[in-house]
Design a protein around this ligand. Sequence first.
Ligand SMILES: CC(=O)SCCNC(=O)CCNC(=O)[C@H](O)C(C)(C)COP(=O)(O)OP(=O)(O)OC[C@H]1O[C@@H](n2cnc3c(N)ncnc32)[C@H](O)[C@@H]1OP(=O)(O)O
Length: 208
Amino acid sequence: MEQRVRSPPLLRPFFLKTPSSMQSPRRQRRHTLPASEFRNLTPQDAISVFEIEREAFVSVSGECPLTLEEVLSFLSQCPELSLGWFEEGQLVAFIIGSGWDKERLAQEAMTTHIPDTPTVHIHVLSVHRQCRQQGKGSILLWRYLQYLRCLPGLRRVLLVCEEFLVPFYRKAGFQERGPSAITVGALSFVEMECQLRGAAYARRNSGC
Ligand SMILES: CC(=O)SCCNC(=O)CCNC(=O)[C@H](O)C(C)(C)COP(=O)(O)OP(=O)(O)OC[C@H]1O[C@@H](n2cnc3c(N)ncnc32)[C@H](O)[C@@H]1OP(=O)(O)O
């Protein structure tokens, strides 16, 4: 069992602002939704999350990493371990994580949140179909890892992915830990790990 830590506060929304010098007068007058916003998800976001997830996974493998009930459950139990990217108020990409307390991920990690542990399990990262291959998945993952580095007590992040996504996660700073004990139907996975501490440059540049 790993050492327990206190739950962090929720992330206040932060926006990617267009400099006022670049906004048209009409745009300045209108009270529109922010062009781009990153924030923790809430149970109210569960339907939008599940729609993106269903499109991303069901058509490909027939299985979603999380059912709608599980999405709701994690967003209720540990919203501070999620991050959504909204454009004009629409969810375009998200990450859902939870706490885990063992060295490697096990099948029960798929449906479990262990509070106050130093290990975060990323259940799912997904980008809306129309927004893929534009760098959004990488940017959201980078922001999520920087955000986690600012939370007290967190030490590492684990996830499982299919072999073809190993280079994507490697580029984000994850390392392979070998075949995962987790299987979904006929699918098998590689387990990957990212250390949150010890990267001094990351902390210096994180803006915590
Ligand atoms: C823990 C997990 O959730 S594992 C499951 C991940 N999610 C999914 O598979 C759901 C469907 N897919 C998606 O939502 C997205 O395609 C993601 C999250 C995999 C990647 O996000 P994107 O925004 O499309 O990727 P992004 O544009 O940041 O690409 C970064 C790099 O990864 C590569 N990459 C992205 N998607 C894939 C893919 N499906 N297969 C192989 N390489 C990929 C890109 O080619 C790019 O490489 P480059 O830098 O050499 O050009």
